[in-house]
Write a protein that binds this ligand. Structure first.
Ligand code: BTN
Length: 341
């Protein structure tokens, strides 16, 4: 992205932010063009252009002759102008890249990371055309209903320590989901699926770039099913997936959920960087969707069966095999096959 183009984007964003915060402060009342000109030091014609640009992003803004502009409705889209006012973070989400449609937010963030993007940079898309999941699977990413975003982290920890990152991020997302909908119980299916009532509501894909003894960056990609319904889903995921809307019957604000996730993850991330998984272990264990369940584990080139008996302090899944041995598992895909008795 050219420097002048980037500067223009930032300037447009600042103007849009000032206009929107004036309109929001009027709480459904009008704000005169003159007031906006005074705040921004630009002409009425320039204000009009910015209002038009906001309308194309989904803002409903009424213009009344001689009275001014009135904000009627805001888009339920994870735009920077919607999420930034809700953020309580210092770093996460302070650099924002929004795509109406892109191949994969994680791929796009990977390109930015290689160019030196700062920690906390977020790439978010309304729709992904090549959303990727774990084990080279595709991630279903239709427009307008869910959250697809990736966060750039640059933890100063050795690669082995970063192995617990997916579990800790899952913990943060589970907490954020529960803060949105009191009474909801979000469980974690090792290593990083979030389940509600046994169905997947969020998938997390952590992709690490590292040298022998230090992590360069981790791209944490999250797909959260927010307003998805069964009729939106392809047949192969109907029995496996759920969404906030499906469990509550209500439509949810995507910007509010995204801000809640970033606001929950940032302070926990700082703690994880200095103390590792330890402060989160007790809570994680209460959320363990696998403990006591009979499972099969698929790893490249081998399959194991047994009973999940917990999560080790280093984040490994503890699997009791049929000969009674407890084996720590550090990677693989787990399928629940039943309840062990
Ligand atoms: C999984 O459960 O398999 C992980 C799914 C991760 C999907 C998210 S959507 C945003 C980000 N961009 C991607 O291409 N993938 C992740």
């Amino acid at each position: 992205m050219g420097c002048a183009y980037r500067e223009r984007l930032v300037k447009n964003m600042e103007v849009a932010t000032v206009i929107l915060s004036a309109l929001r402060a009027a709480q459904g009342g009008e704000v005169s063009g003159e007031t906006l000109c005074g705040k921004l030091g630009i002409t009425r014609a320039a204000i009009w252009k910015h209002i038009e640009a906001l309308r194309t992003q989904g803002y409903e803004i009424k213009a009344q002759p001689r009275r001014g502009y009135r904000l009627v409705a805001s888009p339920n889209t994870p735009l920077e102008t919607e999420v930034a006012p809700l953020l309580a973070t210092r770093q996460l989400g302070r650099q924002w890249h929004f795509f109406l449609r892109t191949d994969s937010t994680s791929r796009q963030l990977g390109l930015l990371a290689e160019k030196g993007a700062p920690e906390g940079t977020v790439v978010v898309a309304d729709e992904q055309t090549a959303g990727r999941g774990r084990m080279a699977r595709a991630w279903f990413s239709p427009a307008g209903i869910n959250l697809y975003f990736s966060i750039l982290l640059r933890p100063r920890v050795p690669p082995a320590a970063a192995a617990t990152l997916p579990l800790f991020v899952g913990w943060g997302v589970a907490r954020a989901l529960e803060s949105m909908l009191p009474g909801l119980v979000a469980r974690i299916k090792w290593p990083n699926d979030i389940l509600v009532h046994g169905r997947k509501i969020c998938g997390i894909l952590c992709e690490m770039q590292a040298e022998a003894d230090c992590v360069q960056h981790v791209i944490v990609g999250l797909g959260v099913n927010v307003n998805l319904t069964a009729s939106d889903m392809p047949a192969e995921i109907v029995r496996l997936a759920t969404s906030l809307r499906m469990v509550s019957g209500d439509m949810w604000s995507r910007p509010a959920l995204l801000a809640a996730i970033l606001n929950t993850v940032e302070p926990a991330y700082l703690r994880w960087c200095s103390e590792g998984l330890t402060p989160f272990l007790d809570d994680l264990r209460t959320r363990d969707a696998l403990v006591g369940r009979r499972v099969t584990l698929e790893q490249i080139g081998r399959q194991l069966a047994g009973r999940a008996v917990g999560i080790a302090p280093d984040g490994a899944l503890l699997l009791e095999t049929d000969d009674g041995q407890v084996v720590p598992i550090v990677s693989g895909d787990v399928h629940i096959t039943g309840i062990h008795n």
